[in-house]
Design a protein around this ligand. Structure first.
Ligand code: KIV
Length: 280
């Protein structure tokens, strides 16, 4: 099994091979997704919402990210591991950006980092790439700016916005990004961007013309019910599966059907006799 690298991902675009990416936050799911053939495991800061129960991603810290990246990297052998730089971990300047990206690689064992934004983060992208760390861009709907955006709305619908996003994508490519996530943009714009840049685009709510697709795994598996965006396709109903299994466990324990004979260990008659008979 050959490890997926950023070079593999770049080459996939030139060979017209579609890239698959899913978020992963822990060891067992990383192992399952890796075995299922997902090309990129994204340790997304969406973990703030779907794993930690926060309202949005702005509460996620470097400590949270490192904790989960370490678990995912232990579970994955094949996939490229990309870790999100969380809110405020790269906004305070180039030094902080490189230092935090470096920690995700050195301590977390990620293979690349992702950060949100276009022109405004080019200095950080260049500095991180210059430090030898691959960077994935993320434009369109950028959830870390939720307080500025005012909601999870589709981006790039007007001529001005669409041109800005196209420009951002080109600038990110020039700055050295190896791929770009396009979140919640019209599919026509995603196609234009994908055609105009040579690095792969990975879409989430951006239509079928992107070079790859990403979704939040808790949405795909039906584990998160607070918000289900239009672009999500749920492939399983794990929430119901888990509830059914859990109720069965609770009922069997209460009815003394579990543990059964096959789950139990025995003391030999000899030892029992000695205990009750008071022998040695
Ligand atoms: O954090 C995340 O899960 C992401 C995806 C939505 C691309 O950034």
């Amino acid at each position: 099994m050959k490890k997926v690298t950023t070079e593999t991902i770049r080459r996939m675009k030139t060979k017209n091979e579609i890239i698959t990416m899913l978020t992963a936050y822990d060891y067992p799911t990383a192992e399952i997704f890796d075995e299922a053939g997902v090309d990129i495991l994204l340790v997304g800061d969406s973990l703030g919402m779907v794993v930690l129960g926060y309202e949005d991603t702005t509460r996620v810290t470097m400590a949270d990210m490192l904790h989960h990246v370490k678990a995912v990297s232990r579970g994955s052998k094949r996939a490229l591991i990309v870790a999100d730089l969380p809110f405020l971990s790269y906004h305070l300047g180039v030094y902080e950006a490189v230092r935090n990206a470096g920690r995700l690689i050195q301590e977390g064992k990620a293979n690349a980092v992702k950060l949100e934004g276009g022109k405004e983060v080019l200095d950080q992208v260049k500095a991180i790439v210059n430090a030898g760390i691959p960077v994935m861009g993320h434009i369109g709907l950028t959830p870390q700016s939720i307080n500025q955006l005012g909601g999870y709305y589709i981006q790039g619908k007007t001529e001005g916005e669409a041109k800005r996003l196209l420009e951002d994508a080109k600038e990110l490519e020039k700055a050295g990004a190896f791929a770009i996530v396009l979140e919640c943009v019209p599919m026509e714009l995603a196609k234009m961007i994908s055609d105009e840049i040579s690095i792969p685009t990975i879409g989430i709510g951006a239509g079928v013309s992107c070079n790859g697709q990403v979704l939040v795994s808790h949405d795909v598996l039906g584990l998160y019910s607070r918000m289900i965006p239009k672009f999500v396709k749920q492939y399983a109903d794990m929430r119901t599966e888990m509830q059914t299994a859990t109720k069965a466990y609770v009922n069997e324990v209460k009815d003394k059907k579990f543990p059964a004979e096959e789950h139990s260990f025995h003391l030999s008659d000899e030892v029992i006799g000695k205990i009750y008979g008071g022998g040695e």
